[in-house]
Design a protein around this ligand. Structure first.
Ligand code: FDA
Length: 355
């Protein structure tokens, strides 16, 4: 089922919007020119926001959810609806020399029972990855482990997952969500990492606070996944606009790589932006940081050309592999990040309906 409301109330993704004025864009998309519409309107944001607005329309998302897996277009970005499917996709990636981080889609659970169910599913993912000897880990979202219900519950569930992973000699990573959760996420990360020592954390380059957070985490010698940040945040909390976010991203990449030369961090540079990837590679070379002391991360199905280039360059590449029945909002966000992605959806639908 595609449900978006619970997420939207708590944290709004950067590409989110609410407006029926996008009907003009809808007409363009339905006429089959959507992939070029950003050139028509000269405003990529309009398309992004339109797709995001569509993702909140139950009729649209239900239709997509019914067809997406059947017609295969959702499989470009989502490894499947079941753990078994995600493990099969992960196995293929690992055979091709990638590491994987499995993510069970969903966020913002509203009951303790649901949080415990998610915890059990994370544990099962870890066990199965271990049994199949897959390189990598699982990525967890703290609002999926009941963060809205209280830090104590969420912290205890997180610790139980990290402990089991540590017993198996494996790691976990924590996603970073909207800024209302940053403090709590850092607190839970710190206490868990202090106890188990096998945790990584996503840190968002667009937040003003991030440089200080990175310095604060150094004594824990953590893996830090540097991302640009995916939520809509106000100017007093985050820098605004791609050039400013990119500049911060480059600066923090250098900070993390320098720290890695002193053993303070294991940096994971998570971006599909070729300029960010090149910056990381050239800074690592300048600093004399060996390729096994940092990694690149990208998302399943996105910029597979760049993923291959990273492997060809000898970098460790970890692919974030999402799966689950709640895939529709995630899928729509990937489309909204790059409206040209709509084209392959339309092509899949046309190919299927004419065969
Ligand atoms: P950016 O959006 O700046 O675009 C640069 C270029 O990347 C584009 O021109 C295009 O070539 C390519 N590109 C980007 N998105 C694409 C798409 N969907 N399809 C095709 N090409 C695309 N965020 C967060 O807040 N918390 C988190 O925990 C995480 N976790 C996370 C893990 C991993 C492994 C990655 C790669 C990203 C995240 N993110 C995240 C998301 C992150 O914050 C950011 O929103 C996206 O990665 C988009 O920023 P980029 O730097 O990838 O490209």
């Amino acid at each position: 089922m595609c449900e978006f409301r619970s997420v939207k109330e708590k944290q709004v993704r950067i590409d989110g919007a609410e407006s029926a004025t996008y009907s003009l864009t809808a007409a363009a998309l339905l006429c089959g020119v959507g992939f070029g519409a950003n050139r028509w309107f000269g405003h990529d944001m309009l398309i992004r926001n339109f797709i995001f607005w569509l993702s909140s329309k139950r009729g649209v998302t239900n239709a997509i959810a019914r067809r997406g897996m059947k017609y295969g277009f959702a499989r470009r970005f989502v490894a499947g609806e079941t753990l078994a499917e995600a493990l099969t996709a992960s196995d293929e990636l690992c055979r091709a020399g990638r590491h994987v981080s499995l993510n069970h889609l969903g966020e913002n659970v509203t009951t303790e029972a649901a949080a415990r169910e998610v915890c059990a599913s994370y544990l099962e993912m870890t066990e199965q990855m271990h049994a199949k000897n897959l390189a990598g880990n699982i990525s967890i979202k703290l609002t999926q482990l009941g963060l809205d219900l209280g830090k104590e519950l969420c912290g205890a569930l997180t610790l139980s997952i990290a402990k089991r992973a540590a017993e198996l000699g494996r790691t976990i990573e924590m996603d970073m969500e909207g800024s209302v959760y940053t403090d709590a996420t850092l607190d839970i990360f710190e206490s868990t990492q202090r106890e188990t020592g096998n945790c990584g954390l996503a840190i968002q380059a667009y937040l003003h606070r991030t440089e200080k957070d990175i310095q604060r985490l150094a004594p824990l010698r953590p893996k830090i996944r540097l991302v640009k940040g995916a939520y809509r945040e106000p100017a007093n909390i985050a820098v605004q606009g791609k050039p400013a976010v990119d500049a911060n991203y480059r600066k923090l990449t250098t900070l993390l790589l320098e720290g890695a030369t002193r053993g303070l961090y294991f940096p994971a540079i998570a971006s599909h932006d070729p300029f960010m990837v090149t910056h990381a590679q050239s800074e690592a070379a300048r600093l004399g940081l060996p390729k096994d002391k940092y990694e690149l991360q990208m998302i399943y199905g996105i910029r597979r050309d760049l993923q291959q280039q990273a492997r060809d360059a000898g970098n460790i590449l970890q692919v974030y592999v999402p799966f689950g029945t709640d895939w529709c909002p995630y899928f729509m966000r990937r489309l909204s990040e790059r409206p040209a992605n709509c084209w392959f959806v339309l092509r899949s639908l046309v190919a299927e309906s004419s065969s």
